[in-house]
Design a protein around this ligand. Structure first.
Ligand SMILES: *Cc1c(COP(=O)(O)O)cnc(C)c1O
Length: 411
């Protein structure tokens, strides 16, 4: 299967961390931090050179002018998430963007003030959402609704989410779910959930941290209201790299929407009149949520990474390999004897990305330590879940096979 893999040459375009034996680790941690594209270094050095040689003039004279650096990221990002160009802006980090989106889309009233989210959720999302509720003088105990897996199940059923939406229909302001849950790897039915929320007058937003660059997305057609993401996981853009936000066209073009504004969200025609223009005039696109000038060194590696997604032909071929790779790993693990562990990720490829979450019934921590000792990089989530994410850009079928052998040998 590796020999037939049309994407196999991409592995060579990444720096593969080596184990003690000098051989590449089995790196299944791309869901935490994607590997470094070899091309990232040159692109960052190019910007350091521009700084050295051009200084302030690099804002306009550099090969990719700093002033509009975010433009260089827009087209590929829009393709990855299925958005129109005016719906996408690469800026900030994920949690910051989540706050910015809530500043616009969470405007609680006496009757409509509840937010629905999933559990377990990533802690940063929980903190952001709870503190937004408190920021409005409300109590999360009353305003936060959690969609949990049923007793004895690991993932949240779509009908369970829709039920909660209907039960809280008159009071629901906002639904915020992951695209793909960080813990279980469940890929939510974004289209259906957005439609259910909107049918009852609520806004639907999604956190795509584990979905972008991993699963196919059609945010515009699914009529999602807003979305946010980071780019250091499956987008391989490096630690703390700039993330992004999607604002559906019907909101993005509405310059009247309240927001937390800064000069880079202002109409470029008046942006540089500085103190002469005290009134904010929003750009009529997702750019209207941009606050500050682009952080070039946190964006440059993203250019390198996005170029690779283009070169690979976008999400379609990547997803096609990803489905086969993950299914192969799942098949091998199930053959191994599933008594010692349970894969809690959904079995249908339509309901997951590349990650499999393995719940170990006995000595989970020791198991993880053993995996580390033999050169596997994957992560452990308390109390007993090992997450493995074979990614289509740089992992191989042989690595999936080796991983399954290692797990089979574990007593
Ligand atoms: C990775 C991740 C984050 C990280 O947030 P930052 O603001 O980028 O530090 C937040 N939420 C989810 C769901 C994540 O997976």
């Amino acid at each position: 299967m590796d020999a037939q893999d049309t994407l196999r040459e991409f592995r060579d375009r990444f720096h593969l961390p080596l184990g003690k034996d000098g051989k590449p680790l089995i790196y299944f941690a791309g869901n935490s931090l994607g590997l470094m594209p070899k091309s990232a270094k040159a692109i960052v050095e190019e910007e350091l050179d521009n700084w050295a040689k051009l200084a302030v003039d690099a804002h306009h004279a550099a090969g990719t002018p700093w002033y509009t650096y975010h433009e260089a990221l827009r087209e590929t990002t829009a393709r990855l998430i299925g958005a129109k160009l005016n719906e996408v802006i690469c800026m900030n980090s994920l949690t910051v963007n989540l706050h910015l989106m809530m500043a616009t889309f969470y405007r609680p009233t006496e009757s409509r003030f509840k937010i629905l989210m999933e559990e377990p959720a990533f802690p940063s999302d929980t903190y952001a959402i709870k503190t937004q509720i408190m920021h409005h003088g409300l109590d999360p105990k009353e305003a936060l609704i959690l969609a949990r897996p049923r007793e004895g199940e690991f993932t949240v059923r779509t009908e369970g989410i829709v039920d909660l939406v209907e039960k809280n229909a008159d009071q629901l302001a906002l639904v915020i779910l992951a695209g793909i849950n960080f813990f279980t790897g469940q890929f939510f039915d974004i289209k259906k959930i957005a439609a259910a929320a909107q049918k009852h007058g609520a806004i639907a937003g999604f956190d795509l941290a584990h979905a972008i660059g991993n699963a196919p997305l059609s945010l515009h057609d699914w009529n999602v209201d807003f979305a946010v993401w980071c780019s250091y996981k499956y987008l391989n853009a490096g630690p703390g790299a700039v993330g992004g936000a999607f604002v559906h066209e019907r909101h993005a073009t509405n310059t009247k929407l309240p927001r937390l504004a800064g000069w880079f969200g202002n109409d470029p025609n008046t942006r540089f009149r500085l103190h002469l223009e005290p009134d904010f005039i929003a750009v009529p696109s997702a750019d209207g949520w941009q606050i500050s000038n682009p952080p070039i060194f946190a964006m440059a590696p993203l250019r390198a990474s996005l170029a690779m997604f283009d070169k690979a032909g976008g999400m379609e071929p990547l997803r096609s390999k990803s489905v086969r790779l993950t299914s192969y790993l799942e098949f091998l693990l199930n053959q191994n004897g599933s008594k010692r562990f349970t894969i809690i990720t959904p079995t249908s490829p339509d309901e997951r990305g590349c990650q499999l979450s393995i719940l170990a019934h006995e000595h989970p921590k020791e198991l993880h330590n053993e995996l580390v000792a033999v050169g596997v990089k994957c992560d452990f989530r308390e109390p007993n879940v090992i997450r493995v994410a074979p990614t289509p850009l740089y992992n191989t079928f042989h690595e999936a096979w080796r991983f399954a052998r290692i797990l089979a040998a574990h007593k």
